[in-house]
Ligand binder design. Structure first.
Ligand SMILES: Cc1cc2nc3c(=O)[nH]c(=O)nc-3n(C[C@H](O)[C@H](O)[C@H](O)COP(=O)(O)OP(=O)(O)OC[C@H]3O[C@@H](n4cnc5c(N)ncnc54)[C@H](O)[C@@H]3O)c2cc1C
Length: 487
């Protein structure tokens, strides 16, 4: 093809032990890998990101002087200490330690979230609290009777009917668009850190004075938005010699004789071919298989067609007031309110500026083609304000405007068949020389940013003298299975 430029030909000569690695995707996983590979001198790295800026779902943007994230994002103190130390060293004093100050709506009452024993005892309606207590007392009996086959049955056994029906089941139906028995049991293990009453109680009582650690009830947040974590990693990666190419959409991954050899990207309207010894993809698995095309066997393409990601519309409201409420986030488990969470970005960093304006960000789980996806921004803004009113939240501030962002890959959908399809994809990728996939979208993992970074660090750890150690990677993959999402 005439319009294909082979850019690596212009690259400086390579040391024999430094492979050329093309990293696909500039979210935390891709950036973390590019940085560590370059810093440790293990590869010549080029990263390709389709968007105009780095960060993926963990990025930020500025609107009306307010730093906004793509939905509520916090850096959790549960992060691996090495990763936390790296982020602290990159951001310095700009990484703030902030108190969590959210609320959840349970049985028409607003309760502090994360849950606190005093709130549970004093604010919940008495019959509801009594049912919760009864469920706790009978947990052992239930666990013996229920076969934990689905998300629904695991949580019913662990938490009992009251908590499941008033909170987890409607919330999960809203997030995934599927009922509790259509979802895989794995979801309960990976997505619900308090999936049994003893675990939940441990979490709740860990907030009591004397039992709490210095980080209980706290989170880390960068001044200027969550995306500054990725911005700072990108800066460090470039300083270490990695080349980061924005607005560079990966269209094809070329595999010859079962070995990956190049990628093709669209950049400035042109197709550009980049030769590579290895391709490390953090793209959605579905995108990866599409980019490989018929070089992937039919059963692999079928498996990719059978898995899916849940989308999300982020509805932002610009309000003409300094602060909407004092809370950082509100959680809405009930199905009658279609949003799952509302955050006020200024409250995450405790910013007092700008005066006279604040922004709300509502997370509306949705898929292309459903009733919300095609609604325009103004209509979604109006609907949001009505939902807030229905939940008893203030409606007095003047709305300056509403705007939206649409995430096509917010959550991997763990339906009851996903594991079978994922295994087919995983086995095939494992067998292609030079091809690696990781990150939230690449390993179809429910994860936090620190987990995506842990995957990146794990991958880099496997490179020695230009060779990727697959056995070591398999052992890191086992560690990744222990990742549990923090909300
Ligand atoms: C609503 C929401 C709230 C969250 N809250 C938190 C939180 O509080 N704390 C926390 O730690 N984590 C949170 N997360 C999770 C966090 O966003 C992810 O863990 C993180 O973004 C995963 O990073 P990643 O690099 O694996 O994937 P992504 O961030 O999805 O990055 C993938 C990148 O690949 C790029 N890409 C896709 N296709 C192509 C292509 N063809 N060519 C080139 N580039 C391409 C995308 O543009 C993107 O930049 C939340 C996620 C969501 C959706």
């Amino acid at each position: 093809m005439d319009d294909v430029r082979e850019t690596m030909r212009a690259s400086p000569p390579l040391a024999a032990t430094r492979p050329r690695i093309a990293v696909l995707g500039g979210g935390p996983a891709g950036l973390g890998a590019a940085w560590r590979l370059a810093k440790e001198g293990k590869a010549v790295v080029e990263l390709f990101e389709a968007g105009a800026r780095v960060g993926g779902n963990a990025g930020s943007f500025e609107m009306e002087g307010v730093a906004c994230d793509y939905g509520s994002h916090r850096l959790h103190p549960a992060s691996d200490p090495n990763i936390l130390a790296d982020i602290k060293s990159l951001l310095g004093d700009d990484l703030l330690s902030r108190p969590r100050h959210g609320r959840i709506r349970l049985k028409d009452a607003w309760i502090h979230f994360p849950l606190k024993p005093v709130d549970l005892a004093t604010k919940l309606p008495t019959p509801f609290a009594a049912s919760l207590f009864l469920d706790a007392a009978t947990a052992k009996v239930r666990a013996g009777k229920l076969v934990p086959e689905t998300f629904g049955s695991v949580l019913l056994a662990g938490l009992g009917r009251t908590m499941c029906e008033s909170f987890y089941f409607p919330y999960m139906k809203k997030l995934w668009g599927l009922g509790p028995d259509a979802l895989a049991s794995t979801l309960a293990k990976r997505r619900v850190s308090g999936s049994s009453l003893p675990k939940l109680m441990r979490k709740i009582f860990a907030s009591l004075p004397g039992l709490k650690s210095p980080t209980t009830g706290k989170f880390y947040y960068p001044r200027g938005g969550f995306g500054r974590i990725c911005d700072s990693i990108a800066g460090a990666a470039m300083e270490a010699g990695a080349n980061i190419r924005l607005n560079a959409r990966v269209e094809r991954i070329l595999i010859v004789n079962n070995r990956v050899c190049a990628v093709e990207i669209i950049e400035n309207g042109q197709t550009v071919r980049i030769d590579a010894d290895a391709v490390w993809s953090t793209l959605p698995l579905t995108t990866l298989v599409k980019a490989v095309g018929t070089a992937a066997p039919q059963d692999v393409r079928d498996a990719a067609a059978a898995i899916r990601f849940r989308g999300m519309i982020l509805v932002y409201l610009v309000l003409e007031t300094d602060q909407y409420t004092e809370f950082d986030a509100h959680y809405f488990p009930e199905l009658s309110i279609p949003i799952s969470r509302l955050s006020e970005p200024k409250n995450y960093s405790g910013a007092s500026q700008p005066r006279g304006a604040t922004i709300l960000c509502a997370e509306l789980p949705s898929d292309p083609g459903d009733q919300y996806w095609s609604m325009d921004d103004a209509a979604l803004g109006r609907a949001l304000y009505e939902w807030l009113g229905a939940a008893g939240l203030p409606q007095s501030a003047k709305i300056r405007r509403a705007f939206t962002k649409r995430l096509s890959h917010a959550y991997p959908v763990y339906d009851r068949d996903y594991e079978r399809h994922f295994s087919t994809l995983d086995r095939w990728i494992e067998g292609v020389e030079g091809l690696l996939t990781f990150g939230r979208q690449g390993l179809f993992a429910h994860d936090n940013t620190h987990h995506a970074l842990a995957m990146a660090y794990g991958a880099v750890d496997c490179v020695k003298d230009g060779v990727f150690d697959r056995a070591k990677w398999a052992s890191h993959r086992q560690e990744f299975l222990t990742h549990v999402v923090e909300d």
